[in-house]
Design a protein around this ligand. Structure first.
Ligand code: ADP
Ligand code: ASP
Ligand code: MG
Length: 385
């Protein structure tokens, strides 16, 4: 058994969805599990709808109508005379979304919990449309809302998986459901049944959670590039596809900005040693990149370069840090106490400076905490102001 995942970039419009259906029709094993993201750009639109409603900007209503029209048009283009039933299902979902946004508008309140609920519609729209379209073309399948199986904590917008419960639910569900499954990526729920999401780009993670729980032979991530390249092809023209890469290498590249695969995706696959293949839905004949445990290719130690656009670098330095024990522990301890996550750390071999990276929104807070912690060293000029 294989799990396939198609990202928003592979289902941006009718032509692209037709292309995906063609890929699915070519699969020999007819019982496939396919995870889909929202149609391209839809999650961003849903987030902005939430914020517009929060700001009591009535523009959200016209954008919402346009978004519905866009989905309904795609249904018509894909299904011609058989569109009505699917359109009704999607319009019902839009009614629900309209009510939620109206609530945000009235209450002037948009919590992360509500935002997750709003974002979850994107994957429901795309998967319902694709599932019903496949049925119209005699490809039998179930539409599966993955939140029924994937259980998380309540860290809304970036929830952590409870693998114990989730794995059991997945195994149980697939024991009794033998048809092909069209699965919503990205969305999960907490133990109270409230919708959570797995972080932006999290549909890749959904595929790997399912694949690992079911011990599948392979997880295929279908996207808009020829695999993992040596750099982001949108930024570096000469970037080329890496035929094979290890889980660890892929993890490093993705944590540092290679958006082609959502970082946590690698872990469940790595644990079960399940191969991940990244493939191009626009050019399915290309071999893509295999992510595996070991590669025999030692010709090139550096596999790729990735980058993050928004980051703050803080440098703590001073002559009084050289040879003194406990500075790093105090520095990172004070930040850990306030839940400030450190993305990268470097220390000069002379111990004269420690440099680290945090998210920009946490930078000022981090700076103030450090100045407070080291106020005596700063007065004594052991650490530079
Ligand atoms: P999807 O909608 O399929 O999930 P994403 O936009 O999330 O697609 O990820 C694919 C994009 O990742 C590519 O279009 C590419 O611009 C970007 N990317 C960044 N770094 C890399 C890399 N090293 N290799 C391949 N793609 C990369
Ligand atoms: N639709 C979600 C997002 O845009 C999840 C995904 O694309 O994987 O972040
Ligand atoms: Mg993605």
């Amino acid at each position: 058994m294989k799990v396939l995942k198609f990202g928003g970039s592979s289902i941006g419009n009718t032509k692209r969805i037709e292309n995906v259906i063609e890929i699915l029709s070519g699969i020999k094993d007819k019982n496939f599990i396919v995870v889909f993201s929202a149609l391209q750009g839809v999650t961003d639109k849903l987030i902005s709808l939430g914020h517009l409603a929060l700001q009591q900007n009535k523009k959200y209503k016209t954008i919402l109508v346009k978004l519905e029209k866009m989905h309904l048009n795609i249904i018509t283009e894909l299904n011609k005379k058989k569109s009505l039933k699917i359109q009704k299902k999607i319009s019902n979902l839009f009614l629900e979304l309209t009510e939620i946004l109206h609530g945000v508008y009235l209450l002037k309140e948009l919590t992360d919990r509500t935002l997750d609920h709003i974002m979850s519609f994107g994957e429901k729209f795309s998967c319902l449309i694709i599932s019903e379209t496949l049925k119209n073309r005699n490809i039998d399948n179930d539409y599966l809302e993955a939140n029924k199986l994937i259980i998380t904590d309540s860290k809304f917008t970036n929830a952590n998986i409870n693998f114990n419960i989730t794995n059991k639910k997945i195994i149980e569900y697939f024991r009794t459901h033998k048809k092909s499954q069209i699965v919503t990526g990205f969305i999960a729920e907490n133990k109270k049944g409230e919708i959570t999401t797995l972080g932006r780009g999290g549909s890749d993670f959904t595929a790997s959670i399912l694949g690992a729980a079911l011990n599948v032979e392979e997880i295929q991530i279908w996207t808009d590039v020829n695999g993992i390249l040596t750099a982001d092809p949108k930024k570096v023209n000469q970037a080329y596809t890496l035929p094979k890469i290890t889980y660890e290498e892929a993890m490093e590249l993705s944590h540092f900005g290679a958006k082609v695969i959502h970082p946590p995706t690698l872990l469940p696959a790595l644990k079960k040693k399940i191969k991940i293949i990244i493939k191009n839905s626009f050019d399915p004949k290309k071999l893509g990149t295999e992510i595996i445990s070991r590669t025999n290719d030692n010709s090139c130690q550096i596999k790729g370069i990735s980058s993050i656009d928004n980051i703050s670098i803080i440098n703590v330095q001073g002559g009084g840090m050289v040879g003194v024990t406990g500075i790093a522990s105090r520095l990172f301890g004070v930040l850990a106490d306030k839940n400030i996550n450190i993305i990268l750390i470097t220390q000069a071999s002379s111990e004269h400076s420690i440099c680290f990276a945090v998210l920009p929104k946490q930078a000022n807070n981090a700076k103030q905490l450090i100045e407070k912690e080291f106020r005596l060293e700063i007065i004594d000029e052991k650490i530079n102001n």
